[in-house]
Design a protein around this ligand. Structure first.
Ligand SMILES: Cc1cc2nc3c(=O)[nH]c(=O)nc-3n(C[C@H](O)[C@H](O)[C@H](O)COP(=O)(O)O)c2cc1C
Length: 178
């Protein structure tokens, strides 16, 4: 069974981006879906890359095992969250010194989504897709973008019909590429 690894860029307990990923995982429940917990990954420091910290070895292993990633990115100041950027930087680094072909994120298939304010996460998704393309990932063209609007104060993310359709469309696109 093909594996999809979901990565949320928000550590917030009631994160809308994490909830959106869970909706996607429901549509894709016939795949082996799991969520990456990377809260223990330290800030990248090139002095501490070889050997890599245990938490980095673990997230690299989970990433390497996945056939596809689905990254849900919040928008922090028109960009990615710091935690997500730090994770992607670790995943972009070679496992063997100087051999960039050993970087586990290289060449991965990746779907992306965002739940944010009035931009609906367009700035963070532009940065994210640029970063992923730089790492030779195949980024699914359709992206789910949610303008949270008046839902910011709510705990549970309830999707509108057009948002459900967009998410289902992206799931179908990812499915066709797996
Ligand atoms: C540091 C910070 C910067 C933010 N900057 C933006 C922004 O540039 N654009 C936007 O739409 N929302 C911005 N927001 C609001 C987030 O989109 C909002 O908090 C969202 O719910 C975060 O995602 P989450 O629910 O998955 O945690 C910002 C929030 C924080 C904490």
């Amino acid at each position: 069974m093909k594996k999809i690894l979901f990565i949320s860029g928000s550590f917030r307990r009631d994160s809308f981006n994490t909830q959106l990923l869970h909706y996607a995982a429901e549509y894709l429940s016939d795949f082996d879906c799991s969520f990456l917990d990377y809260r223990d990954v330290p800030l990248l420091n090139q002095d501490e890359e070889f050997p890599a910290p245990d938490a980095v070895k673990r997230v690299r292993h989970q990433t390497a095992q996945a056939d596809a990633l689905w990254i849900g990115s919040p928008e922090y100041n028109h960009s990615l969250s710091g935690g997500l950027k730090n994770l992607l930087d670790w995943l972009s680094r070679p496992v063997q010194p100087d051999d960039y072909s050993t970087a586990v994120i290289r060449g991965k298939l990746a779907a992306i989504s965002s739940a944010a304010g009035s931009s609906a996460g367009s700035f963070s998704l532009d940065s994210l897709s640029q970063l992923l393309e730089m790492l030779s990932c195949t980024v699914v063209e359709s992206r789910t973008m949610i303008n949270l609007g008046s839902r910011f104060s709510e705990k549970k993310l309830v999707l509108a019909e057009d948002e459900k359709l967009a998410l289902a469309g992206e799931c179908a696109r990812l499915r066709s590429l797996l």
